[in-house]
Design a protein around this ligand. Structure first.
Ligand SMILES: Nc1nc2c(ncn2[C@@H]2O[C@H](COP(=O)(O)OP(=O)(O)OP(=O)(O)O)[C@@H](O)[C@H]2O)c(=O)[nH]1
Ligand SMILES: [Mg+2]
Length: 284
């Protein structure tokens, strides 16, 4: 994508250029549907004489894509009566536990009382990993024994969060492939338990996606949406070479907003999703 600007500068728009552009957009993972739509919009603007130079195409693209993510979609919806419960899920190694720690740290910085739930009971090391984070960022944690029913841990965590007057409860879950039906059902169970325990919960359900994931992220997101009503994406690992173009496809095809981006391995390496800088980087 880095060469998109180079490809456009100094050229006049014609259908050959629009073809090339469409290919580049598809190569950047924004998806065939989104690329086709953008191309059609550009073509219409060009035919109407509103744009004619390559440089104007870039501005047009940026303006178009910034409209994809309105502010209201990107913010966290907090519960009217605390605790706000945030369920975090995703495939193996996508960055869930680190992202939970980052969010916990950020909420704590905002003066909120934070509690973490170690509902990844699949591996003993997973509980320990979250425990280390809880100590490092200085927040409460509720943990079950390894091998415990994750839904039971989530249940206990909800009770503890209410009893301790927590403002935010972040629930970490085990990684799972969207193709593993039994594990997806387990996730639905965790969600249902939380929903029964606290009115309106989970208030947010974040799907953690690795920014380097290609088109497969669409099918991942679709299955997670069905299992747990995902409310937004946490796009992890955007600090690498990946530009995360896939979230455009996810927005376009599944109507799912991005809420946060992860830009490193430290608790402070998190930012609210900013469409302007995202689009700038995508086309830089
Ligand atoms: N560079 C970078 N690395 C990240 C980021 N988020 C997570 N990681 C790294 O990715 C690896 C996996 O992170 P975890 O948080 O353990 O991922 P997980 O989804 O909880 O993994 P499982 O629980 O095993 O499914 C770790 O090495 C993290 O340090 C990020 O935003 N940027
Ligand atoms: Mg984990």
């Amino acid at each position: 994508m880095g060469s998109l600007r180079r490809m456009l500068v100094g050229r006049r728009i014609d259908s050959e250029l629009l073809d090339e552009l469409e290919e580049r957009l598809i190569a950047a993972d924004i998806g065939v549907a989104a690329a086709t739509r953008i191309r059609q919009d550009l073509q219409a603007a060009w035919e109407a004489g509103r744009i004619e130079r390559g440089e104007e195409v870039l501005e047009f693209l940026k303006a178009e894509m910034k409209k994809y993510w309105p502010e209201a979609d990107r913010s966290i919806h907090f519960a009217e009566t605390p605790p706000t419960v945030i369920l975090v899920a995703g495939i193996n190694g996508s960055g869930k536990t680190t992202s939970v720690a980052k969010l916990g740290h950020a909420f704590k910085q905002q003066g909120k009382k934070v509690c973490l739930a170690a509902a990844d009971t699949f591996r003993a090391a997973a509980v320990e990993q979250l425990n280390i984070w809880a100590e490092r960022i200085g927040v409460d944690i509720v943990r079950g024994s390894s091998g415990a029913d994750p839904a039971a841990v989530a249940y206990d965590a909800c009770e503890a969060a209410v009893a301790r007057g927590a403002d935010v409860l972040l629930v970490d879950t085990a990684g799972r492939l969207h193709t593993q039906d039994n594990l997806m059902r387990e996730l639905t169970k965790i969600r249902n338990v939380v929903a029964r325990k606290i009115p309106g919960a989970p208030h947010e359900v974040l799907l953690v996606l690795d920014a380097t994931t290609g088109q497969n992220a669409i099918s991942q997101a679709r299955v997670f949406m069905e299992a747990i009503d995902v409310t937004g994406i946490f796009l992890a690992k955007l600090d690498g070479t990946a530009k995360g173009g896939i979230v455009v496809a996810i927005r376009n095809e599944l109507s799912l907003p991005v809420k946060f981006v992860g830009i490193g391995e430290k608790p402070t390496d998190v930012e609210p999703f900013d469409p302007e800088s995202f689009v700038e980087a995508l086309f830089s």
